[in-house]
Design a protein around this ligand. Sequence first.
Ligand code: DSN
Length: 478
Amino acid sequence: MTDSLISSAYSQALEVIASVEPRIAEATRQELADQRSSLKLIASENYASPAVLMTMGTWFSDKYAEGTVGHRFYAGCQNVDTVETLAAEHARELFGAPYAYVQPHSGIDANLVAFWSILANRVESPYLQKMQAKNVNELTEADWETLRHEFGNQRLLGMSLDAGGHLTHGFRPNISGKMFHQQQYGTDPETGLLDYDAVAAKAREFKPLVLVAGYSAYPRRVNFAKMREIADEVGAVLMVDMAHFAGLVAGKVFTGEEDPVPYAHLTTTTTHKSLRGPRGGMVLAQEEFAADVDRGCPMVLGGPLSHVMAAKAVAFAEARQPSFQTYAQKVADNAKSLAEGFLTRGANLVTGGTDNHIVLLDVSSFGLTGRQAESALLDAGVVTNRNSVPADPNGAWYTSGVRLGTPALTTRGFGHEEFDTVAELIVDVLSNTEAGTTKAGGPSKASYVLGDGVADRVTKQSADMLDKHPLYPGLVLS
Ligand code: DSN
């Protein structure tokens, strides 16, 4: 697709939008300008291609299609069937998965579909037998009332939030921590690394129905063969949430025992992070879970977002190109460059480095909380998110860390030198930021004072790199 086609398509679309609500057209233009002019280091974000973005802006958005391909609760779904079939085919090929369910609207939805599938598939409840029901999908409302108690005692073991797990992996305030009796595994207090023996010991003691692997803020690879061994030993279902690193799996950076798909009973993911697709979710499953996963809608999900499923198909087609493997390898290489850039400047990293796309910077040595660091960096045009570090003394709100990721800037073309400079700029900001005080004069975990001239200096250096690697280079809005 030529640059002029993309430019005129977006310019005209914005004119159409502006004719109805000009403030939305303006905000849309401003979002592009802001994304172009900042260093986006949020590990879970990326820049989807114009083809992926455009696919979401069509009349597929107007169609209801609850059900599955060829088995819909609405008439006229022949084109949605084409879309869903193609998206699932691409996903199966891309990941070598026996089954792909592309309807989940988000990662949390994908995890909920997986959890309910495991319950439906594995729970042998005396109550179910009494009801002579084949599985949970055949139960009435009144049965559900009783079953909530039955299911309430099912156990789930996942990685704790402060060790890098996700809130849907059994964190108490999340539904996963409520529908399951949950326990969490952490990381080794000395090294910050996953200790498989400790996970196995906990699994033997706790005997979970579900062992969840995967992470949102753990800067290392996981051996999924070992996690499957642990699951098998205790009779658990292994569910891997690969939302963060799906792009590294698709791009063949994580292969063999680091590729979760052959080892997990169910693998869930989002499609918009390192995978660089539209905002959405997906479940990959071994055949034994396929029928249960297919009941995701209407069990847990509303009507599928057909326009997003179409964009998933486009994104997966892109990820099947050899160029995506080159991209994924650069994402991992760039994370190493970023980590080395910090280490050579004396900063502390959780686990001492990275071998995926994440760098978790412990900012306590700068005398700052994660919240202060995140805010000071934003003032200098560096977009990150604060994140807990293991056993974080500042809790999940203020935190002691800043999570950084390379997928987005790698899409812009940043390489080793630029990521080294990014580390330099971040260290410059943090070294020149002081913790502030509360109104009463006590120590504050939120307020901060950024040194004079730092924001301007860093913004200017960033601008040089950003100009060299423009976002959507050929896209010029009229
Ligand atoms: N919000 C995502 C992330 O930033 O990792 C996970 O849900």
